[in-house]
Write a new protein. Structure first.
Length: 330
């Protein structure tokens, strides 16, 4: 091969390499998705997380032209499903529904996974806890209830809404801390979820519950309970008569159960951007809004950067609450 030929060949090879380096990744995003995508849900079929994932998956499929198949991977208090998302190939063909438990499980010593174990794509839902009492309760406002709790000896008032160390338990702990009270000022009675806790409240076995208002809705609408406040920065338009803690007590404390879409860490940026844009379309669609509204689920949008910061903040908040309640093993 002549010197000229060798130079031409080298130049040609360099051009192909440059083309591959600068053209492959955009082409990858343009072609994505080229086959079905798995959407992992860390919780069981039929629940609120599963229902939310299925409407999101159906609308992504409609927009992107490939099946988005929901797979429930349950077990380990959410560890199994969250692990399946984190350990999948970061190629965009396995994504999943991240839930508030990812900011709690590592504090409990259940896993090494944290919010930083994922590529965040979009925050789509948050349901803040309400403070519910029975319809026969003497407390008409959350301030009246709070004053009675402050005046009572620790443990006299009893609350529930979920198991020990669950999101609604930590919401109660956070509220106590915000009022300058010990984490155990109100005794927590573990339950198998909000539904049995609300039944117990209506029957007089509890003084209050701190589950979300949508979960309490059936008992409230049956006239057996009432919600005095929500731990949120703004009122829920579906329950517009329920004030925030800040409105009712001047306490700037908010928390909640949330759901968002994430992928394994190191997902190619072009695919991540495409998925976030598609999820924004889902969020803005009438189908999604109607679905969430009909179930009383709160909707909140956060793009990838917002979702990352949101999870970091929640992770620190959950850690503080668990330490205060003596539940942290980290």
């Amino acid at each position: 091969m002549s010197k000229i030929s060798r130079r031409a060949f080298a130049a040609s090879t360099a051009a192909v390499a440059a083309s591959a380096a600068f053209g492959f990744r955009p082409a990858l995003a343009q072609a994505y998705p080229a086959r079905p995508v798995t959407v992992i849900v860390p919780w069981g079929a039929g629940g609120g997380t599963d229902a939310t994932a299925r409407i999101v998956a159906a609308l992504l499929e409609k927009d992107l032209g490939q099946p988005f198949n929901v797979v429930n991977r349950t077990g380990g208090s959410g560890v199994v499903g969250h692990s399946a998302i984190a350990t999948a190939q970061p190629d965009g063909y396995t994504i999943g529904m991240l839930t508030v438990e990812i900011s709690m499980m590592h504090w409990q010593g259940l896993t090494d996974l944290t919010p930083r174990s994922y590529t965040p794509l979009a925050l789509m839902n948050e349901d803040p806890p309400g403070i519910q009492v029975s319809s026969s309760s003497p407390y008409k406002t959350v301030k009246e209830l709070a004053d009675a709790i402050k005046a009572a000896p620790p443990g006299k008032f009893k609350a529930s809404g979920t198991g020990q160390g669950g999101i609604w338990h930590l919401a109660l702990v956070g509220w106590m801390q915000a009022m300058g009270l010990p984490a155990n000022q109100v005794a927590w009675v573990p339950s198998n979820g909000a539904a049995p806790a609300m039944q117990d409240l209506a029957a007089g076995g509890l003084d209050l519950t701190t589950c979300s208002v949508p979960e309490a809705r059936a008992i409230i609408e049956a006239g057996k309970a009432k919600s005095l406040a929500i731990m949120a920065p703004a009122r829920n338009p579906i329950f517009k008569d329920v004030p925030t803690l800040k409105e009712a007590m001047g306490i700037d404390y908010a928390t909640g159960a949330w759901r968002g879409i994430g992928a394994p860490k190191n997902l190619p940026p072009e695919i991540a951007t495409k998925l976030t844009a598609a999820l924004r379309k889902v969020y803005d669609s009438a189908e999604f809004k109607d679905f969430m509204s009909n179930r009383g689920f709160g909707t909140v949008w956060g793009d990838a950067a917002h979702f990352a910061g949101f999870m970091d903040k929640g992770d620190a908040q959950m850690g503080e609450a668990m330490k205060a309640a003596g539940l942290s093993k980290a």
